[in-house]
Design a protein around this ligand. Sequence first.
Ligand code: GAP
Length: 514
Amino acid sequence: MTQEDVFKKLVAHCKEYGFVFPSSEIYDGLGAVYDYGQNGVELKNNIKRYWWDAMTMLHENVVGIDAAIFMHPTTWKASGHVDAFNDPLIDNRDSKKRYRADVLIEDLLAKYDEKIDKEVQKAAKRFGDNFDEQQFRSTNARVLEHQAKRDEIHNRFVKALNDNDLAELKAIIMDYDIVDPISGTKNWTDVRQFNLMFSTEMGSTADGSMKIYLRPETAQGIFVNYLNVQKTGRMKVPFGIAQIGKAFRNEIVARQFIFRMREFEQMEMQFFVRPGDEMKWFEYWKAWRLRWHKALGLGDHKYRYHDHDKLAHYANAATDIEFEMPFGFKEVEGIHSRTDFDLSSHEKYSGKNIKYFDPELNQSYTPYVIETSIGVDRMFLSIMSAAYCEEQLEGGDSRVVLKLPPVLAPVKVAIMPLVKKDGLPEKAREIMNQLKFDFKCVYDEKDSIGKRYRRQDAVGTPFCVTIDHDTLTDGCVTIRHRDTMQQERVKIEDLHAMIDREVNMKNLFKKLMD
Ligand code: GAP
């Protein structure tokens, strides 16, 4: 099965099992907008809690806020979004489809990476244990040829981006024969800039109404409140402010399911530091955020850093944490050193003094900012991609199982009486009533036990607890583990501790702080 097939199956699975639905589906959906179903919302809430608690409970100097989506329009002038929050777009005259010019070129670069990786894999197979990858990469003629071509394109691309040279972006597309994947032609228009912010009107009269924007990032709500929080919370630099909330971008190309949406959710933290300390803190947060991801146990090899080719208008350093999705390594989180750009700009546009007085230095200054910014929906997609498994079982049977980290699983325990009679449902309810205050439980008495197990596997429930006739006399139940499918007999009074060990986020947090 190709990765593309796996991805299609994952999208279908998300819909079939109540994780993600197309928005307003009865009207044929709305491009790049999605709704989360009964299981999706639980997984999403667990992701948010993992982030929120890790930020605000494990760091004494990080607190949270919840700012409004609508902000004074000057905010977006000051932040640079009105003038510079653009993507370069290009149309193909034959297919009438619209693309991001930079993404077309990035896809070409990724093709060269794939070619090189294929050569390396082939050689690794041929040479076995004696294979020296580094030597192969630096001496093999075909690899060197691909690498030289890649570097040539990459250098032109980076220069074009940094110079904002739209004509050069088009020239790269033409020179390297990038064709429209649908029409297969190079009948491209010129590259144009397109602002990604959605706008609307606030106020009831035509004269008195004001053009306002739906925020394209949550960060600005933090910047304009930083001094409110600092003063009322008696915070001392360095300190951070965390926020989770919706953001909106009129993406030119909305592809790959919930990877690139027009309405999505961000988890952002702005960390305010003394000028000059920013690189130290940039490195700190870069490392800490990767640890947070890896602690979920989805596989360390699925993550990598990627330094930005073009820095955003506000940054002096930026790295992405990328995750290996079914369609390649893709950005899930950005860590940016935003300098004092935002605060200085808000000071200028608002005319208010928003400097911080540092009692230790006895001086006022505009703090520098390190930002960590992660999309909830992308995190959701990365977890679902890593968790989705199709397994062949003994006896020719097969199952689809979501091997979700137990702490994030939408449902932690399924309670199942073996039959719907003989007092087993009553006993099962009694057990559920003991567990439901700490764990999200479901009760299921319909169909055979085998079918019930499959249903729970498909939504990633880590534990199934079966109540049988012996339970009534020996006070024990059968607990079945999702990944190994192993079953064990345990005392009812031991159930809570057993489940808690696996699903309590506290244990993950302790691992994170080791
Ligand atoms: N405040 C900085 C900022 O917004 P960004 O790199 O544009 O930086 C941060 O976005 C994160 O938000 C990304 O790493 C990604 O996870 C998520 N994100 C951005 N655009 C998105 C979209 N259209 N759909 C889903 N998630 C998106």
